[in-house]
Design a protein around this ligand. Structure first.
Ligand code: FE2
Ligand code: FE2
Length: 382
């Protein structure tokens, strides 16, 4: 077995990884002594390098040292950091990651170390994502006497990677059903506008800054399941048969399969339920009332508003006032009446978005009949 060097003066503690044979390593709880503290401070950079984003845990995973950098990083997400690690960060890990962490930092086969992503959320802030690494502190008798935990803020990178992946899927869906112009994007912006109002007026407790930020993009993915709809149905001129309508309606379920790996459940909720009706006569599951997720109830209004404004081969575009009247008329049948009250207040903002992002005339006029499906308006709603 490789022995630790004798001349490490600071080192009653050494970072694990310098030793190849860890078989004799064992973990002793409550093993940290006053003599260890100066060394911990040196490793953590508590006094010399406050910008190093690390904290130190004792063997019982109590947080005992925090650099200024870490305090700054978590200032909006965790108030008091000097508590047991899992009291502070327990909710930042899913169950699987939590188990993995607990096993890894106790096991010599993983070098008593762990690395993974933590998601820090509060009701009043957007999520912060950190790449988080546990590095064990090894004493000269090769016992783990604590951990240095290193954090790096990967929020922008994480969100960009997620966005790029699903943007690619949305573009693929557009290739199949490519005459909808900016419809998807407008639906995202109407939905956000409604969420802004709900949030400012504190109308729904589940609506937080992440909900508002994420709905812009996730609402735009509402019809991504059409990737699975056969071309002959999407491109069929004229009326669909009953069987073809059944297949068309499957785009809601297909959408949830496609978005299954998205970490925000809202992605699947919108794809699955944007055709459900408040009175239970929608599809695919005839959910009714508040059984339909809030996100989907919002997107339904946005989707129908835009559908009515667009020109179709089977109808002219409706003016804003006429569209508003038709939507309000269907409060309590297709739409959540409480949300329609909000819509009645802010509908001019929908009009502004339409005017700002409307498609060129030639694009709008070529939109196919198939798009009538997203609202049901041509068949039974109005
Ligand atoms: Fe749509
Ligand atoms: Fe749809």
């Amino acid at each position: 077995m490789q022995k630790p060097p004798d001349d490490q003066d600071t080192s009653q503690f050494l970072l694990y990884g310098e030793y190849t044979d860890a078989e004799e390593l064992s973990l002793y709880h409550n093993d940290m002594t006053a003599a260890d503290i100066p060394c911990i401070e040196q490793i953590a950079g508590n006094s010399e390098n406050p910008n190093l984003p690390v904290m130190v845990l004792d063997p019982d995973l109590m947080i005992v040292r925090v650099t200024e950098s870490v305090s700054r990083l978590f200032s909006k997400h965790h108030d008091n950091l000097y508590k047991p690690f899992f009291n502070v960060f327990g909710k930042s890990l899913d169950q699987e990651a939590l188990q993995d962490l607990l096993v890894s930092i106790r096991s010599h086969t993983t070098g008593f170390s762990w690395s993974g992503t933590l998601s820090h959320k509060t009701p009043s802030t957007t999520a912060l994502y950190t790449n988080t690494t546990f590095i064990p502190l090894i004493r000269d008798n090769l016992r783990v006497s604590g951990y240095v935990v290193h954090f790096s803020d990967i929020t922008n990178e994480y969100n960009k990677r997620l966005r790029d992946t699903f943007q690619g899927i949305m573009e693929a869906a557009k290739l199949k059903d490519n005459d909808t112009g900016m419809h998807n994007e407008r639906v995202g912006y109407y939905s956000k506008k409604m969420c802004d109002y709900l949030f400012e007026n504190k109308l729904y407790s589940q609506l937080d800054p992440d909900f508002i930020e994420n709905i812009v993009f996730l609402a735009a993915l509402h019809d991504v399941g059409k990737i699975g709809t056969p071309d002959y149905i999407l491109q069929k001129p004229g009326k669909l048969t009953d069987l073809e309508w059944d297949i068309m309606r499957e785009h809601t379920i297909n959408g949830t399969f496609i978005l299954a790996s998205h970490p925000d459940p809202m992605a699947k909720e919108i794809a699955l339920s944007h055709h459900e009706w408040w009175n239970g006569s929608g599809y695919p599951f005839k959910l009714e009332g508040e059984m339909i997720p809030l996100s989907a109830r919002i997107v339904t209004i946005a989707d129908v508003y835009d559908a009515l404004r667009m020109k179709r081969t089977y109808k002219q575009e409706f003016a804003h006032e006429e569209t508003v009247a038709k939507i309000i008329e269907n409060a309590g049948t297709q739409f959540d009446p409480a949300l329609i009250e909000v819509f009645s207040t802010i509908h001019e903002e929908f009009n502004s978005i339409w005017n700002l992002m409307r498609d060129p005339e030639e694009s709008g006029s070529s939109i196919r009949d198939r798009d009538r499906e997203f609202s049901g308006i041509s068949d039974s709603a109005f």
